[in-house]
Design a protein around this ligand. Sequence first.
Ligand SMILES: C[S@@+](CC[C@H](N)C(=O)[O-])C[C@H]1O[C@@H](n2cnc3c(N)ncnc32)[C@H](O)[C@@H]1O
Length: 517
Amino acid sequence: MKVEDKQTGSFYTPKSLVSYMSEYAMQKVNAPTILEPSAGDGRFIDVLTDYDSSIDAIEIDANKIEYLKSVCPNNNVQLICANFIKYSLKSNKKYNLIIGNPPYITKKVLTEDERAISIELIKYWSLPDSIFQNLWVSFVLGALKLLNENGAIFFVLPFEFLQVHYAEKLRNFLEEKFNLIEITTFKESVFPDIEQDVCLVYMTNISGIKPIVKYTTVKNIDDYNPIEYSEIRRNKPLKKWSNSILNDDEIELLMNLSNQYTKVSSLGNISPGIVTGANDFFIINDSDAERLNCKELLIPIIQKGSSVSKLLLFAKDDFLELTELNKKVWMLNLSKVDITNISGDLKNYLSEGMIRELHKRYKCGQRKRWHDVPIISSGDLMFFKRYNKLPRLIVNSADVYTTDISYNIRLNNEFDAHSVAFCFYNSLTLTLCEYSGRFYGGGVAELVPSEFKSLSIPYKRIHKSSVKKLDRMLRENKTIEEIVKYVDGIVLNDLSPNDLDVLKKIREKYLIRRLKQ
Ligand SMILES: C[S@@+](CC[C@H](N)C(=O)[O-])C[C@H]1O[C@@H](n2cnc3c(N)ncnc32)[C@H](O)[C@@H]1O
């Protein structure tokens, strides 16, 4: 791959992928007219000129168009120097195949004008402005506008398209427009240098078929033999296309089981922790506290999941250990404090903060006094929203506060914190975490608050000795399989061995994809 220019979203498609996509599409769709909406150095055109089609190739960059003119004398190719979004709004021409790798450029770095034309296109389709977070969204909608009734779109898109919340309305809209959607993902990274996971999305309408979403995993850009294949016919529209890695039966099993148990949302009051706006300033260690002479203004806080990893019950002793290791576990709570009465050292510290212009930072700048961090009360349980292999729900026996890395649950009276935490580590809930959440390049998973609240936990009262045993197992670094097996044996003991087996396989599928194992 030749990495060109990040600002223009120009990551050229590897040639083997270009050939695969072109050949695939040309076998499936009758395409006398083809459009490449972001031609770059013309690598799609190179392959597509082997066919007898008329090709329009658009590219915004005049230098690239000049280059393409010099290397592409083919009469069947029309090179157009234009902004594709503008072109799609103006043109009435229709194409049988629209194929390419559109630029991925976040809305933030686009000019006002560029944003305005994308919004115009979104309005054309009566979609909400909120779906426009990245230029690839506009490319999909522009392509849709220029597509023939029986034509096909085949794009390389960021993997996030399949799962991010902002694109949900776009996905639903496309499910209404096309009855065949084929998604291809790669076990190995296509663009390893930029941590950008991608997928291929092929969309068309085939007369006489019932709507279907197909999901294929292949090894890499040199080997397109399917490793995994699944299709969704019933559970549509899918909230997340990334979940079409499951088939209908698997989704239905997951949903049926999920409906039988306690929803996390009904456990109590749930909220993300404290947003300081400047953790590196407000969160300090014991030595800092001593130096600033401000012990009476501190509250205990957890700002890193790694501080409380490998345990179930976070006790006062565990917190003490962190302070003895001089970890940053104290938050300066200056809310409602009369600043004239604080120590001179702390006054200087606040001035240093101003010199660093912390008061101008987004969150701090919104406060009456920049250093008055709103306190969000601690919870009985803490759930760390990001995780690698194992999501973690921990009993907050040390009564610490957390930053917004975690969601704090203040339980309703009928629930017991130890039991909730214990019951969380079962195959169903852990699989639901994968189903409900999203993940980023590098494999880190995240659940936003609504996704966390949608989880189900097969809650039951657990004997103290079992809770202690699970805490010990986690502290002793037992494998995740051992942990889950132990919990399943107690909380999912009424499930059929077959259902349990399916759950485990589903979770494994997700983990292999996410962690590229
Ligand atoms: C990801 S590259 C893809 C190039 C080529 N199609 C490929 O697959 O290798 C995206 C290309 O889109 C062009 N581009 C960026 N914004 C554009 C726009 N609004 N309209 C048309 N082309 C644009 C960039 O100059 C760049 O050449």
